[in-house]
Every structure is written in C-alpha cells, then in structure tokens.
Design a protein around this ligand. Sequence first.
Ligand code: SF4
Ligand code: FES
Length: 246
Amino acid sequence: MNLRLRIWRQKNSGTIGKFVEYQAKEISPDMSFLEMLDVINEELIVRGEEQIAFDHDCREGICGMCGLVINGRPHGPLAATTACQLHMRSFKDGDTITIEPWRASPFPVIKDLVVDRSAFDRIIQAGGYISVSTGGAPDGNALPIPKEDADRAMDAAQCIGCGACVAACKNASAMLFVAAKVSHLSLLPQGKIEEERRVLNLVAKMDEEGFGNCTNIGSCEAACPKEITLDNIARMNRLYLKALFK
Ligand code: SF4
Ligand code: FES
C-alpha cells in the first residue's frame, strides 16, 4: 500500500506545531499502525532527519500508552481497538491519513504525538486505591459478591487509562475515566470503606486538573477502546451526590 500521511510535528510544548507530509511506500496491510510509523522513522533516520515521537509500550492493547488521533478519531476508525492494535488493512491504498496527538489542555503536547498524561496519575493518587489490608487470596466463596456486581466491577476495571475519552470529548471531560475507577473499586466490598471519600477526592482532583464536565454527548464511550459505558458516569454522579449531602 502507498499512503500519504499528514503528521503533527511539534518540537516541544513551548513551540507551535504544524502538519508535515510524508509518503508511506510499500506498506504491508498486515502491519500494525505503529509498525507503519516505525517504517517512516527508519527512513527519517537514514535521511538524517528527526524521528516522529509517539507513545507506545505493550503494543497489545493493555497498557494504555498509545494515543493517536487518526483521521479525527482517537485510536482510529475501528471500535474497541487501541491504535497499537489497528492494522493497515483498515485503510485503502492511496488513502491520506491525518495523525495528531490528543487535543486537550490538561494533556499538553510534550513532542510531536506525545502528550503529558500525568494529570491521570495525580487523579489516581487522590483516591484511585483501597487502603484496607486484603491479605492473601481468600478461599472461594468466603466473601460472597453478587455475580452482577463482580461483572460490572471487572468491566470497569478494563479501563487502561489511555485518555481517548478526554480526547474525544468536546469538553475534555475525564468523567468516563474517573467513573471507571469509581465503579471498579466501589462495586466490590473491599472498596466500600472509602467509597464516599474516594468519589469526592477523585472528582475534586479531576476539576483541579482542568478537565471539563460531562454533557451527555457520549463521544467518550464511542472512542473508548475498552468499551467503558456511560452508566459508570451515572453511578459516579449518584455516589458523588450521596457523599456530598451526607
Ligand atoms: S475510559 Fe476508556 S478511553 Fe477513557 S481512559 Fe479508560 S480505557 Fe481509555
Ligand atoms: S501500546 Fe499498550 S495499549 Fe497500545
């Protein structure tokens, strides 16, 4: 496949970026999107030019490091798929592909396609944990948990903290991310103890970091590679109001 790429290049957070065009030649449809970028970078090295900076780690859809807006969609055109799990067969020969970083003021660009997502770390530090001693693995059925609660908690725990929900939201809201953490901890007995303090602290930190509010558009859910659903935001709002008026 031969492709025309428009890639955002930006030296650092203090400079103005711009799109630069590259030609991707003889790309295998079986390559991953990141492997295609590796090929471009190898060519840049041979030409003595600066490589394109982009985030990645596991390349297996589990770490949440990769974050690219591809043709206007966080993680690209496939639903429930991270950019690292996207393959070039999802594009057509001759396509033009535009690649940008996450666009949200709480995620400043560090370089090219890499943004600073440490605001998410600070939110987790504010309450995304449990402090009870859970000891070793308990015997099966020693702590009965309704199957529905366990399933919902596990679904919410799939969040990989990639930030696509923020990038997709016109308000740069982090509520889907925060709500996933609230659900995955509060639905299980070990997370009940700090439930009220947790939701208040997480929401306060989210606001302090400059993320916007949810206006029920749903673009976060559509962009989420782990299919975290909006009902988690509803659960978080209920817990937040309950804690606020207590
Ligand atoms: S809720 Fe989804 S899109 Fe948002 S950080 Fe978690 S996995 Fe990524
Ligand atoms: S590189 Fe780990 S999820 Fe994409």
